[in-house]
Write a protein that binds this ligand. Structure first.
Ligand SMILES: *Cc1c(COP(=O)(O)O)cnc(C)c1O
Length: 485
């Protein structure tokens, strides 16, 4: 078959220090006409060990390194639970507008009206998209949003004169959920999913008590399934005085479709960098706004952006607030991208979610005869397979994921969620055209054939790219952290 990957012109490239040639210089500025003067004493002696490089050395170095990389601008990146969708460049352009990019966080509100207006309106958009009442843009990532919500839960219970000690967390949850709850002092109580991959009302009813602050539910969950019992579950939690938190990292499946407020959610975080268009995955800045129902609004972090007549102002005087959880007002650059994305998409946001769901179901249906599908039911934005069918050939999920690289695709998320043995979690997102989905499906079908006919090929994969299969055991046991062996 014709594959998207290529062996192409991938250039070798040494470290800058190895490339250095004494006396090379990468700048061309005129001779100084200012008389030279001796350095202050503290600057005398050996300078730092910087390499000597010409301009072309530097440009080729970084360009070559960038070509060793793979991103969503290169090809399909079906990394489940991460929503690696294409981010329209208009959003980058808007975020780089001088009035936004140059805005200093210390400027007083009188000189930042446009900046504040954007924040105010973005909060309103997110309220509408989630069906909630109020939003804070401060948290810097999804996990930070989770922590913020746990602090809100704590403050809420405290305001009722209560101190609860536990929180229910499903076994399919992202690891950040128990981590955030623990940081807030809650003990995480694991909640098993039912046979069909979703939570059961019965199990929640058994575990929920008056010492439990609430529940953290990921919906759609990390198996790509909608928690169909959420409304009943929310009722049980509320009946015991608890609160319902939704990990909304998977919002790309339900934008403008599910009103979170109406299904019993009290607080939800969004990953603006996943769902609302920011290139992510390199550990760069993110944004994890938290949207809440009215009863949690008094506890939101300060400052809140509010309106005084037709002026936008920062409101600090909020006695019940949990305080600040980020310097200034969060990662503003990400907020601008989300604002631009939402305005350019408008009503089509809902359609984007529908496409994301359709694409995942398409892949599920087209691969389920070659890959084992543990939960054979309609999925949301992602579908989860396993390597069970390939067991007779001793081919694992890792082998297949590595082989996919040879076909020109970024591997999907593997071995997560933990409740599925050997899981392969595929999230195609809304931005892949059908021909790419078809090519991906064909690549996976071809890999399944290879598993039966030529398993050694898979064990050696990837064979095409610059970097071959890494020795992960040695990397974990003898990590080299300084970059030099
Ligand atoms: C990505 C993700 C998170 C954490 O988000 P970060 O922005 O990486 O902190 C939490 N839960 C789920 C389900 C996720 O996919």
């Amino acid at each position: 078959m014709k594959v998207a990957g290529t062996t192409g012109l991938i250039m070798n490239e040494p470290l800058l220090w190895e490339k250095s040639k004494k006396g090379r210089c990468g700048i061309s500025i005129p001779e100084s006409d200012v008389p030279s003067a001796p350095l202050d004493a503290e600057f005398e002696g050996e300078g730092p060990d910087f390499p000597d490089l010409s301009e072309v050395d530097v440009v080729r170095h970084f360009t070559r390194l960038s070509q060793w990389n793979f991103g969503v601008d290169t090809g399909m990146y079906p990394l489940g639970s991460c929503t690696m969708k294409y981010n329209p460049k208009i959003n980058e352009k808007i975020a780089a507008m001088p009035g936004f990019a140059g805005a200093h966080p210390m400027l007083p509100p009188e000189l930042s009206q446009g900046t504040l207006q954007l924040m105010y309106e973005l909060e309103g958009f997110l309220n509408e998209i989630t069906g909630m009442d109020a939003t804070t843009l401060q948290p810097a990532a999804g996990a930070h949003g989770e922590l913020t919500a746990m602090l809100l839960f704590y403050a809420y219970h405290k305001s009722k004169g209560e101190k609860r000690s536990k929180i229910l967390i499903p076994d399919t949850a992202h690891g950040t959920n128990p981590a955030s709850a623990t940081l807030c002092g809650y003990e995480s109580i694991p909640l098993e999913s039912g046979e069909d991959g979703i939570l059961t009302v019965e199990r929640v009813a058994e575990l929920m008590d008056e010492d439990t602050a609430g529940i953290m539910v990921t919906n759609p969950n990390t198996l790509g399934l909608f928690e169909e019992n959420i409304k009943k579950i929310a009722e049980i939690v509320h009946d015991k005085g608890g609160l319902v938190y939704c990990d909304g990292a998977n919002m790309n499946a339900v934008m403008g479709v599910v009103k979170m407020g109406a299904i019993g959610i009290d607080a939800i975080h969004l990953n603006l960098h996943k769902t609302f268009s920011t290139p992510h995955g390199g550990g760069g800045p993110g944004s994890g706004p938290v949207c809440v129902k009215k009863h949690l609004e008094p506890f939101l972090p300060v400052p809140r952006v509010t309106k005084d007549g037709d002026r936008y102002v920062f409101q600090y005087d909020r006695p019940d607030s949990i305080g600040k959880i980020h310097a200034f007002y969060g990662n503003y650059g990400i907020q601008i991208r989300a604002y631009s994305y939402i305005l350019t998409m408008g009503q089509d946001l809902k359609r984007a979610s529908q496409y994301a769901v359709l694409s995942a179901n398409y892949i599920k249906e087209k691969l389920k005869d070659v890959l084992h599908l543990p939960y054979d039911r309609p999925c949301m934005h992602e579908c989860v397979f396993t390597d069970k069918n390939q067991e007779p050939y001793k081919i694992t999920t890792l082998d297949m994921a590595k082989r996919l690289i040879d076909y020109g695709f970024h591997p999907p998320t593997i071995y997560f969620p933990l409740v599925v043995h050997g899981s392969i979690m595929i999230e195609p997102t809304d931005t892949e055209p059908k021909e790419n989905l078809d090519q991906f499906i064909e690549a996976f079908r071809s890999i399944a054939r290879e598993a039966a006919e030529n398993p050694d090929l898979l064990r050696e994969a990837p064979t095409v790219p610059k970097v071959r299969r890494l020795d992960e055991a040695t990397a974990a046991r003898k990590p080299v952290l300084c970059g030099v062996n």
